[in-house]
Design a protein around this ligand. Structure first.
Ligand code: GUN
Ligand code: ZN
Length: 658
């Protein structure tokens, strides 16, 4: 019932399928009041809404009507409807007149698309005893709901809400337990008090500890989140749905939502956006209006900005610029900036979900960018790379650096021993922000060339790079640092004890493609792929490497946009022979073997194992359990998702081996 169409970090553009239609995610479900609703949210872009089953149940008249004509007619919305269970009323009034079983039964009766069990929203910062006691009830009710729904063959989908207050381990435990229940959607509950009090840092801990233990194949819903200021951050953490009454509650209070925060009408000289409300009315017009008309117009604006932000977020996911948007949005409030920094502590987790290549370049927007997946991933790759004896560190020039490093390189300072520099035994790397050191051979691979940062370096980036380099260079016998680098940095100077002559970096295409293969597929892949009578063909127009052959047999193509190597049949065979199971591999079951051999794409449900290091957009080998090579192709999802999904495509096969 959920499929991923595009990814960026933990953010995903997906499709949620319900009996009342499909919904593109991330999306916002405006809260519909079953009696007081004055705004037609569908007209302003709502694809799915949420309403409260408990409020309907408590109102004799509505209850009767809902049972007769169904929820969709009752609230006059023919798209998908989610219902909440009264848990929020429980958290406000301390009690509700309905049992868990009754609310499940009632939601099915009125034909909701997605129902919710009666979870207990445990407030933040309560005692551990309280959080544990509440959690036990929430888990019991979640299980009861699913069992009941299944035993009665109910049609509706079910939410199981993650609780656990602000205890990360309880959130993890809750998510683990709910995952076993196999619910259809996973809301993250009791976050409203955190958002209302601007505790965004704690929100990051709550959300990250929840999502990391939830299945990737189910949508997650950040319950009660309706301020567009936090949508981008929440989506980057893996949230797919938002719901809120904020659009109308704020409007009642003459407050206008915006991605930069909230504006009070009384303080507005100018309308804050370019939606039809803001274009057609001035703040004075609104102030002069009768209350109800004003409220509805402000609510309309609030919905407009919320849906506009969600469109922008989905576009950012498609193009791979979600983190740039998050970094921008998190400058709207210091507590959001704090949250963004907190997210940096989860970069190992985000990296697992982040595609290896993106359409848009990596933009450095501040020191927080240093904690992004791309940087972490590059530094891990560098650490794992075999090193030559000596290292030359060059200053950044235009990109790709290797194209512009030639001729005189100026002065070098040598520290370590005084032996001569042997060019065949030397690594050449450019020092730059944010990727630290970039080996010249691989500098064209995404994102090492496809990135922009200011030419002047800020203190945090300098510290980051100095720390990394001091550790990294220890393994070299001799490190030569270009004088322009020395000027920029405060590293290793105490070790300098002589100067070298000018040094030339000798470009070598074979070394370059081997280094790219090692970086992309793992150390050793370069030697395995590029043996024999290697013939490197370049584009006449750009001079870039395009095809690599052994004699007349194509081994790989090099993709112009990101310099990743795309395997041919021969390339797949060579890579397969040279690397060990399950490296670079997706293992499919017996049933799908003939389809793979014919070159049909691989569906997630046929995958029985895969290399943990596979990320979306990676070139992968498709094998059977005996490690027979069946086909090769491009991963559409990361390893975690490939293993978790039971529907949809996992690998777009390029060719079968038949
Ligand atoms: N609405 C806002 N927060 C919550 C929550 O924690 N649980 C439920 N069921 N609804 C909510
Ligand atoms: Zn507006």
């Amino acid at each position: 019932m959920f499929e991923i169409k595009a990814k960026d970090n933990r953010g995903r553009v997906g499709v949620l399928k319900t009996n009342s239609g499909d919904v593109k995610t991330p999306n916002l479900m405006p809260v519909i009041h079953p009696r007081k609703q004055t705004i037609d949210v569908k007209k302003y872009g709502a694809d799915i809404v949420i309403t409260n089953a408990y409020l309907i149940y408590k109102d004799e008249d509505l209850k009767k009507k809902a049972a007769e004509i169904g929820l969709h007619k009752l609230i006059n919305f023919d798209g998908p409807i989610m219902t909440d269970s009264g848990s929020f009323q429980l958290s406000v009034y301390g009690d509700v007149d309905i049992t868990n079983k009754e609310v499940i039964e009632f939601q099915e009766l009125i034909k909701t698309d997605i129902g919710t069990s009666l979870d207990i929203p445990t407030a933040p910062f309560v005692t551990r005893e309280k959080a544990e006691a509440d959690l036990e009830i929430t888990l019991k009710r979640a299980k009861e709901s699913i069992d009941y729904r299944n035993s009665q063959n109910m049609e509706m989908k079910l939410n199981s809400v993650v609780q656990g207050s602000t205890f990360p381990d309880l959130r993890r435990k809750c998510a683990d337990e709910l995952t076993k229940l196999d619910a259809d959607l996973y809301p993250i509950g009791a976050v409203v008090p955190l958002m209302e009090s601007y505790h965004y840092k704690e929100l990051v801990d709550v959300v990250m500890n929840s999502v990391a233990h939830l299945p990737d194949s189910k949508p997650r819903h950040l319950m009660g989140a309706g301020h567009p200021m936090i949508f981008a951050l929440a989506v980057a953490m893996g949230c797919d749905l938002f719901d809120s009454a904020a659009y109308i509650l704020y409007a009642e209070d003459d407050r206008l939502l915006s991605v930069r925060g909230t504006y009070k009408l009384e303080n507005l000289q100018e309308m804050p956006c370019s939606c039809e409300v803001c274009c057609n009315y001035t703040p004075d017009d609104l102030r002069a209006m009768p209350k109800e008309k004003r409220r509805d117009l402000i609510a309309q604006h609030n919905l407009n900005v919320s849906f506009a932000e969600l469109r922008l977020i989905r576009q950012a996911i498609y193009e791979g610029s979600l983190m740039e948007l998050v970094e921008e949005r998190c400058r709207a409030h210091p507590n959001l900036l704090e949250a963004l920094r907190q997210l940096g502590n989860y970069s190992d987790d985000l990296e697992k979900y982040d595609p290896r290549s993106k359409k848009s370049a990596f933009f450095y927007t501040g020191s927080e960018s240093l904690y992004r997946s791309e940087v972490l991933r590059h530094i891990q790759k560098l650490r794992a790379m075999p090193r030559k004896r000596d290292l030359v560190i060059l200053p950044p020039s235009r990109k790709p650096y290797s194209k512009y490093v030639s001729g005189k390189l100026g002065k070098f300072y040598i520290y370590g021993s005084e032996q001569e520099l042997d060019l065949d035994n030397t690594d050449f790397m450019v020092l730059d922000i944010p990727f630290g050191l970039i080996p010249l051979e691989i500098d064209e691979i995404y994102p090492l060339s496809q990135n922009e940062s200011p030419r002047t370096w800020d203190v945090s980036s300098l510290e980051f790079i100095e720390d990394f380099i001091s550790e990294f260079v220890e393994y070299y016998d001799q490190v030569l640092i270009h004088s322009n680098v020395i000027k920029k940095l405060d590293i290793g100077l105490y070790n300098v004890h002589s100067q070298s002559d000018e040094i030339r970096y000798k470009k070598d295409d074979l070394k370059k493609v081997k280094a790219i293969a090692d970086y992309q597929f793992g150390v050793g892949a370069g030697d395995a792929l590029f043996r024999g009578n290697i013939n490197i063909e370049k584009s006449k127009k750009t001079g870039k490497i395009r095809h690599i052959y052994d004699g007349k047999t194509l081994i790989v193509n090099m993709r112009a946009s990101d310099s990743f190597l795309i395997l041919s049949k021969e390339g797949a065979k060579r890579l397969h022979a040279a690397t060990k199971y399950p490296k670079n591999r997706v293992v499919v079951n017996k049933d799908s073997e003939p389809f793979s051999l014919e070159g049909k794409s691989v569906f997630a449900k046929f995958v029985i194992e895969c290399d943990d290091d596979i990320r979306a957009k990676d070139e992968v080998l498709i094998v059977n359990e005996e490690d027979k090579l069946l086909a090769y192709g491009k991963a559409l999802l990361g390893a975690c998702e490939i293993m978790d999904f039971q529907t949809g495509q996992a690998i777009k096969t390029r060719k079968g081996m038949k």
